[in-house]
Ligand binder design. Structure first.
Ligand code: NAD
Length: 366
């Protein structure tokens, strides 16, 4: 199969971690007989330095012409970088918002996985973390409270702020379909999270999710109120497979879920549109404090590449091979600095740099 992939190395550690993800993808291509056609585009600070804007129309056109986009990260040190002296619409992050809009990415996926070998980094009690967890938070990205009408008025000398939370059934249906499709590739359980005891938008959410569920008889659907979900994530995270939720609830719950893994350098993410197209990137930022030192952890980006193979190309076997290589490299005791155990003997682990970690992962692709 020929895979047309646009890469956005971006800023900070972005170019280093994307290089390692490409290394692993090239190894997948070699082992499984595919052809990877990579085209790089500039975005964020790297684009500002060359073109004066964080994303050009040409770069958007290149991204649109591909089957999927793999990104590192964009942005610099927000207090010292000259990029942050520019007006907001010309700063690095404006590029990210522009590409998400141009590609119509409405579904955000953030897996939260606890690896046995990294259980020590999990802030939960041992009796909870011992069960492990592997969940996918599926968040609606373009509707709800963050995109509703808002205004601040003054009535009788009292200031009043109004935000509106709107969802129509089409917006709910398309994300629900994505959620159920993804559950079909996993353990076939969807927990739909809402606040249906209070909000009309949640009551419509629940109805439409139930309608969509009728087309997926193999998938178990449960509903959970958002406040309960926030508790259950720290009480019994092993119960979750796919958590399907609206924009603001997903924003909060996905951060909570990623924090319970305890390892920022391991967290992948994806944003999808209503075709197979997606933008895949690590959940972390561009880590300007460690850029150019060959010490960044490339695993979140490599796992994002695995998601790309699974969700944009339906190459599940190849994605499984990448996921297995990550597990194996951890089992073999290799760690980048951010996931290195503390203690005098380092628990028998060997510290490696970004590029060596990429080599070790690529070697384990079978
Ligand atoms: P950050 O995620 O870049 O860094 C937070 C801490 O985690 C730092 O100590 C960093 O060294 C460490 N870290 C992050 N990724 C790591 C990795 N792969 N390996 C090892 N250590 C890692 O967050 P920040 O410092 O708040 O943001 C830095 C820049 O990144 C800012 O300009 C911010 O706007 C940008 N940012 C971009 C994205 C994106 O491109 N989607 C997301 C978040 C932040």
């Amino acid at each position: 199969m020929e895979l047309k992939i646009t890469c956005i190395p971006g800023d900070g550690i972005g170019p280093e971690i994307v290089a390692e993800a490409k290394k692993v993808l090239n190894r997948v291509a070699e082992v499984y007989g595919h052809k990877m056609l990579f085209t790089d585009i500039l975005m964020g600070g790297a684009s500002i330095d060359v073109h004066g804007v964080p994303l050009t129309d040409e770069a958007i056109a290149t991204a649109k012409a591909a089957d999927a986009v793999l990104m590192g990260s964009i942005g610099g040190d927000t207090t010292t970088s000259p990029w942050y002296k520019l007006p907001p619409n010309l700063r690095p992050e404006a590029g990210l918002l522009a590409i998400r809009k141009a590609l119509n990415l409405f579904a955000n996926l953030r897996p939260a996985v606890l690896y046995d070998e990294l259980a020590g980094a999990c802030p939960l009690k041992e009796e909870i973390s011992a069960a492990g967890f592997d969940m996918m938070i599926m968040r609606e990205l373009t509707g709800g409270l963050y995109f509703g009408e808002r205004k601040t008025v003054e009535e009788n000398g009292v200031r009043k702020a109004i935000d509106t939370l709107t969802y129509d059934e089409n917006e709910i249906r398309r994300i629900a379909i994505k959620g159920f499709d993804i559950a079909m590739k996993r353990r076939k359980k969807v927990t739909s999270v809402d606040k249906a005891n209070v909000l009309d938008s949640s009551r419509l959410w629940r109805k439409v999710v139930e309608e969509v569920a009728e087309n997926y008889p193999e998938v178990t659907l449960e509903h959970m109120l958002v406040d309960n979900c926030a508790m259950q994530l720290v009480k019994d995270p092993a119960q979750f497979d796919v958590i399907l939720t609206e924009n603001m609830f997903g924003d909060i719950l996905s951060d909570e879920a990623s924090m319970v893994t305890g390892s920022i350098g391991m967290l992948a993410s994806a944003s999808l549109n209503d075709s197979k197209f997606g933008l895949y990137e690590p959940s972390h930022g561009s880590a300007p404090d460690i850029a150019g030192k060959d010490i960044a952890n490339p695993i979140a980006t490599v796992l994002s590449a695995s998601m790309m193979l699974r969700y944009s190309f339906d190459l599940d076997k190849e994605a499984d091979a990448i996921d297995a290589a990550v597990k194996q490299v951890l089992k073999d005791g290799y760690r980048t600095g951010d996931i290195m155990p503390s203690g005098s003997d380092n628990m028998g682990c060997e510290k490696v740099g970004c590029s060596r970690m990429g080599d070790l992962l690529a070697e384990r692709i079978q």
